[in-house]
Write a protein that binds this ligand. Structure first.
Ligand code: COA
Length: 255
């Protein structure tokens, strides 16, 4: 039974699907969804059998249209929102998950919706997707990591243009800029995400974990420290049972 009201967490073997589930409001992220996402992300982090997490949006129209604007400006919400952010860094938790995360994006992925997708390692979009950070047009700024993640995901100059204009881009432009890695017809979106998830799940888990850690943490380091981190993680990966098995198999099959 799904224990949540605003999301659905559905684990199918090694792959879990997390569905943002407020389709009537284009899966806007309210405080309850934040709390439930936190619980689900912790469950994903602590699940030793889980290999890949896919995030998608319910309904026909959106991955997520961002933070729930109806909660803006109400006194309890401001206090609550600040408390929630202080105590629960949801986006930091997502970025720290050791397993690969895939965002399967259809329709609107705006504000926190776009930002949540950037907390994922891979993004697949359907042809109808529109991604953007519209916060400045509301007199606000992206605050689920957008000002930091977008310049780390695509070229900083193009990212700046998107942050300052608030304009959304379509799927093909997102693909051209590298904001998403693949664009597929709508009906192919989930099969494609699932196939990718299973392909990743078939790879040695520890190697994936170490490679993700090296690439993500290295981004925030000077090159020499990044290379030292890579060397450290490479030694750990090499000592793993998966690496020993992989090397043994290679020696058996190579001439
Ligand atoms: N927060 C709360 N509710 C939202 C929402 C959000 N971020 N985005 C959409 N909704 C709700 C609408 O209020 C509407 O609810 P209603 O049917 O009860 O009136 C429903 O979702 C459908 O949206 P609607 O605006 O009618 O659809 P549209 O096709 O005309 O426009 C968007 C779609 C995405 C362009 C428009 O909803 C929008 O601009 N949303 C806000 C996006 C945004 O600024 N996000 C960042 C927030 S910081």
């Amino acid at each position: 039974m799904n224990p949540f009201q605003t999301i659905i967490y559905d684990k199918q073997g090694e792959v879990a699907w997390l569905t943002l589930n407020r389709p009537d409001v284009l899966n806007a992220v309210n405080l309850q969804m934040r709390d439930e996402l936190w619980t689900a992300m912790e469950a994903a982090r602590d699940d030793p059998d889980l290999r890949v997490l896919i995030i998608k949006g319910a309904g026909q129209r959106a991955f997520s249209a961002g933070a729930d604007i109806s909660e803006f400006g109400t006194a309890p919400s401001v206090v609550e929102a600040r408390r929630a952010r202080r105590e629960r860094d949801l986006w930091g938790l997502m970025l720290s998950l050791p397993l690969p995360l895939i965002a399967a994006i259809h329709g609107f992925a705006l504000g926190a919706g776009c930002e949540m997708s950037m907390c994922c390692d891979l993004r697949i979009a359907s042809e109808d997707a529109r991604l953007g950070l519209p916060e400045v047009s509301l007199g606000y700024i992206p605050s689920a990591g957008g000002t930091q993640l977008l310049p780390r995901t695509i070229s900083p100059g193009v990212a700046m243009g998107m942050v300052l204009s608030g304009d959304a881009i379509d799927a093909s432009e997102a693909r051209r800029l590298g904001l998403v890695q693949r664009v597929v017809p709508r009906e192919q979106l989930y099969p494609e995400a699932e196939a990718l998830a299973h392909a990743l799940a078939a790879r040695p888990a520890e190697a994936l974990r170490r490679a993700k850690q090296a690439a993500l943490q290295g981004l925030d380091m000077p090159l020499d420290q990044g290379l030292a981190l890579e060397a450290r993680l490479a030694s750990l990966a090499l000592a793993s049972a998966d690496a020993k098995a992989g090397l043994a198999a290679w020696h058996r099959t190579s001439p």
